[in-house]
Design a protein around this ligand. Structure first.
Ligand code: ATP
Length: 204
């Protein structure tokens, strides 16, 4: 196992087994030492959507990985004011771990064609490996906007880092709806997360 770190940002409202299974698959396939889940308080692509208080989302992520040595949670984006731009987070990790530790940033296949709109994307692609976790049989979408924004060599790298992983049909949106409607979320989220949601009366 190398010393690489895979960073996985998201709203995690709430974190669920779909996220955790993907994170596990990526870190194992890359041969990295660990994955760090990073809840985003103000994701730029979800401006306008009402999110659960970030401290709740952070605490649920912490409980989800409790006792798992290869999984960590970072509050780095909660400690930074303003929008949760990925490049700022990756730069902060780079400063912390030094130049030699491989860093990856995990995204879902739905985010790949949108990457061209990410803040300072050209620098982000050079600052870490962007790993796109996709279901088997995924067809690479139209990347023309990305090709207009990035150098051909950068797009090639992104395409090489498309990684087939198990993608389980669980969505945070559906979990919130189920809690709201009084339906069970057992088996969709870790038991500790289910208890936290219940104890704090979230998503009612
Ligand atoms: P919402 O339903 O609230 O929009 P989401 O899970 O799509 O939630 P995030 O919590 O921000 O949104 O997800 C973080 C990352 O995890 C995203 O890149 C998303 O594509 C990916 N992801 C979400 N659900 C799954 C799943 N079931 N399997 C694999 N990846 C997932």
């Amino acid at each position: 196992m190398g010393n690489g770190i895979a960073l996985f940002g998201g709203t995690f409202d709430p974190i669920h087994h779909g996220h955790l299974i993907v994170a596990r698959a990526v870190v194992e396939q890359l041969g990295y030492a660990r994955v760090v889940l990073i809840p985003a308080p103000n994701p730029p692509h979800k401006v306008g959507r009402e999110l659960t208080d970030a401290t709740h989302r952070l605490e649920m992520a912490r409980r989800a990985v409790e006792g798992e040595p290869r999984f960590d949670v970072s509050d780095i984006e909660l400690r930074r004011p303003g929008l949760s731009y990925t490049i700022l987070t990756v730069e902060a990790f780079r400063r912390e771990v030094g130049p030699d530790v491989p860093l990856a940033w995990i995204i879902g296949g739905d985010s790949l064609p949108e990457l061209h709109s990410w803040y300072r994307i050209g620098e982000l692609v050079d600052a870490c490996r962007i790993v796109t976790a996709v279901r088997a049989g995924y067809e690479t979408p139209d990347l023309s906007a990305l090709r207009r924004t990035l150098a051909p060599e950068q797009v090639d790298r992104l395409c090489r880092d498309i990684l087939p992983t198990p993608v389980i049909e669980i969505s945070a949106t559906d979990i919130r709806r189920r809690v709201h409607d009084g339906e069970s979320i057992r088996y969709l989220v870790p038991e500790s997360v289910r208890a936290y949601i219940h104890d704090h009366n979230l998503y009612k």
